[in-house]
Design a protein around this ligand. Structure first.
Ligand SMILES: Cc1cc2nc3c(=O)[nH]c(=O)nc-3n(C[C@H](O)[C@H](O)[C@H](O)COP(=O)(O)OP(=O)(O)OC[C@H]3O[C@@H](n4cnc5c(N)ncnc54)[C@H](O)[C@@H]3O)c2cc1C
Length: 346
């Protein structure tokens, strides 16, 4: 069987490689091995009730069970834990929201994701002037460990290289790269795909995101906390806090000092304990305007496939989307029009 060439070992490419492995389909996955990438910087949060308007994340009921099964099974198979279901405390931002919350809880779809017990926070650790609620079914993915152990498992199927679009020749039966023949190439290269000549018509709207790495004595608090910004306590006593969106940024991307300073201000206002900022990291999220993700073959190059636009939900959505793409490539299952690259062809 002719292998599939995957370009990019971020959350998209890695999930796709696993889905091919599950089906016994050979693949080669190539990544240029940058120190900072979107998937390595990501906090890996999986959050059911999100945003300023406290809505249930789009198709959460579809994506979450698949993500849960996928990461748990791989964690067991690889003997490494990288997926952590966690309590998530969302604090309300002002008195107006606190007044509105009971009505929203009664009348909206958020109910199944809200724990009946109030959060019970230690005021010596966290300031919570307007109360809040605890979410069920939240989790975080340690993306660095997941990518690392996956790469090790892939063994010789993983290669380090930077591939330019012109190096991959396609025809009706397959593609050729580096003298080797593949049935398809799947470009899973994150935000860089905005520069791919075959995707010039796709409305990318990438955003630079920044997170803070800090230290604070949270007195044993292990839940994810959110008020103005979120924070994830780590087992080593550090925490990650984030995140931000900047729609214009330099290329190559540089750490954003302004956003790091903004996060630091929010974190210090949120926590009642002293905060020591250790570092900050910035990377670019691949976002496509009005789309939750885009998958599938290019309209006029049937062997050239894309898997992109995971936005700020890569941890949650990559397992389901990768499965969907593989079912399409191997079994001809039609792609959901919500994600079908060709449905976006002008
Ligand atoms: C600050 C921040 C916080 C975030 N927080 C969360 C969160 O809490 N939860 C969540 O689910 N998501 C979060 N995200 C978003 C998440 O990280 C993305 O959805 C996801 O990482 C996108 O994965 P990807 O594989 O599409 O892209 P990438 O991670 O960018 O992976 C692409 C890979 O392809 C490689 N590559 C690119 N071009 C080439 C080439 N020509 N040849 C070879 N290799 C190439 C790159 O080096 C990279 O390794 C966050 C993102 C940021 C920036």
């Amino acid at each position: 069987m002719c292998p599939i060439l995957i370009i990019g070992q971020g959350l998209a490419g890695t999930a796709l490689a696993w889905r091919l492995h599950e089906r016994g389909v050979p693949f080669v996955i190539v990544d240029r091995d940058e120190v900072v990438t979107c998937s390595k910087v990501a906090a890996g949060l999986i959050t059911p009730v999100t945003g300023m308007r406290l809505k249930v994340s789009w198709r959460f009921e579809v994506f979450y069970p698949e993500a849960l099964r996928f990461y748990r099974r791989l964690g067991k198979q690889l003997g490494t834990r990288f997926f952590f279901p966690r309590g998530y405390v969302r604090l309300l931002k002002n008195e107006q929201d606190r007044q509105k919350w009971p009505k929203r809880l009664r009348e909206s779809e958020v109910g199944p994701f809200v724990h009946p017990q109030a959060p019970q926070l230690d005021p010596a650790v966290v300031t919570s002037p307007h109360e809040g609620f605890q979410q069920r079914h939240a989790a975080w993915l340690d993306t660095v460990t997941y990518l690392e152990v996956s790469r090790r498992f892939f063994g010789e199927a993983f290669q380090i290289a930077h591939i330019e679009p012109g190096e991959v020749q396609d025809d009706a039966e397959g593609v050729t790269w580096n003298g080797q023949r593949f049935s398809h190439v799947v470009w899973a290269q994150g935000w860089q795909a905005a520069k791919h000549p075959l995707l010039a018509w796709v409305p990318f709207q990438n955003a630079l995101g920044t997170i803070l790495i800090a230290k604070a004595d949270l007195q044993g608090e292990r839940r994810i906390l959110n008020r103005g910004c979120w924070l994830i306590p780590r087992a080593d006593g550090t925490l990650r806090a984030g995140s931000t969106y900047e729609w214009t940024f330099p290329d190559p991307p540089a750490p954003s000092a302004a956003m790091a300073a903004d996060l630091e201000t929010k974190l210090r206002a949120f926590l009642a304990v002293p905060v020591e900022v250790l570092d900050s990291q910035s990377a670019v999220r691949p976002i496509i305007k009005s789309r939750q993700a885009l998958l599938g073959a290019h309209p006029s190059h049937p062997r050239v496939v894309f898997f992109n636009g995971l936005g700020s939900k890569g941890s949650l959505r990559a397992p389901w989307l990768a499965k969907h793409l593989v079912e399409h490539l191997l079994g001809g299952t039609p792609l959901d029009p919500e994600f079908d690259l060709q449905a976006n062809d002008p």
